[in-house]
Design a protein around this ligand. Structure first.
Ligand SMILES: *[C@@H]1O[C@H](CO)[C@@H](O)[C@H](O)[C@H]1NC(C)=O
Ligand SMILES: *[C@@H]1O[C@H](CO)[C@@H](O)[C@H](O)[C@H]1NC(C)=O
Length: 319
């Protein structure tokens, strides 16, 4: 069988109707258009790699999780962060960029305050949404949100003031289900950076515990209320409870014990020492850094202090 070429396609230049000069002009024009298109595509690709706003439909991931990711790698390739508003100071923008740059196969999703509320409304019920909104300071919402979002979607959470030094695949092994590091002080686990599979039992328990505390009305006059209700204290309680680590066990020594190794092998609990964590990423200690005040959660010491003063003055007025 003979393949028939397009009628009229045989022989002669298709530019035959143009003069040589014109052909040259057309070619130059085509090159210019092509060059602009390439620049345009590169720019769009760049923009696309910066903060991706969270959307509630299921298309928020640039790339659907492929079969390889789902079966070979347990923790999804998503980085979660939260800021007060998407208009962050340059310092925070650059910090965020370090994550995008070192982890090109990951989605980095940054939610601002209103997107955080949309997320909670979508995935939790009305009572829970009201409890979430009842938290009096932004840092508590930022704390609670990180557990809720990683519980629902899985992935890596890192504070918006952290700088990534080592790509995530270097410190989150493909068989890990939960990744955590103790703080230097041995008493608490860090919650400014961690990773987990969706629906991990530790996060399930933690979210439950925090809702319970909020429903019972936390004591906001306690100077450590943020730490206790949503911060490292409750985070550590949930981890100890679910994994059966006794409250007096010192954490940095614990993660080197045989029991910790068994948890690693059997349950995919991946321990990082404080030193390993700090080598993988560091934070800019936002609450001490004026350039971060506008990001919102950075002034939490002040916010919490103001609230305590207000409560104290209300109490003294009643007397
Ligand atoms: C909301 O969800 C919690 C936890 O699943 C449940 O205990 C509670 O009854 C639910 N409340 C409403 C109003 O659906
Ligand atoms: C930030 O890094 C310092 C030093 O590694 C650490 O002590 C601190 O707990 C980290 N976290 C926050 C939220 O600042």
């Amino acid at each position: 069988m003979v393949w028939n070429p397009v009628p009229g396609g045989g022989g002669g230049s298709s530019f035959g109707w143009l003069s040589r000069r014109r052909t040259k002009h057309v070619l130059v024009l085509a090159c210019v258009v092509l060059a602009f298109s390439i620049v345009g595509i590169v720019l769009i690709a760049k923009i696309d790699k910066s903060d991706t706003a969270y959307s509630l439909d299921t298309t928020w991931r640039r790339t659907a999780p492929d079969a390889k990711e789902r079966y070979v790698r347990m923790i999804p390739r998503v980085i979660w962060q939260t800021v007060k508003s998407h208009e962050v100071p340059k310092l925070a923008y650059d910090a965020g960029g370090s994550w995008t740059h070192l982890n090109p196969t990951y989605d980095r999703i940054v939610l601002d305050d209103s997107e955080v509320l949309q997320f909670v409304k979508r995935f939790y019920n009305e009572t829970e949404f009201d409890l979430f909104k009842s938290m009096p300071v932004g840092v508590m919402k930022a704390d609670f949100f990180r557990y809720m979002v990683v519980y629902i979607h899985g992935g890596v959470y890192a504070d918006a003031d952290t700088i990534n030094h080592k790509s995530i695949d270097e410190w989150v092994d493909s068989d890990c289900q939960f990744v955590v590091a103790p703080e230097d002080n041995d008493g608490f686990f860090c919650q400014w950076a961690f990773a987990a599979i969706p629906r991990h039992p530790i996060l399930k328990r933690l979210v439950e515990l925090i809702f319970e505390k909020l429903a019972n009305g936390p004591d906001y006059s306690n100077p450590h209320f943020v730490h206790g209700v949503t911060g490292p204290a409750i985070w550590t309680i949930a981890i100890r409870e679910v994994l059966g680590i006794s409250p007096d066990e010192k954490l940095n020594p614990f993660i080197l014990t045989d029991r910790a190794k068994t948890l690693r092998k059997d349950q995919g609990i991946c321990w990082l020492t404080t030193k390993e964590l700090v080598k993988a990423l560091s934070n800019l200690s936002a609450h001490d850094n004026p350039a971060f005040v506008e990001v919102g959660w950075s002034n939490w010491f002040a916010e919490a202090g103001d609230l305590r003063k207000k409560l104290a003055s209300e109490t003294s007025n009643e007397e």
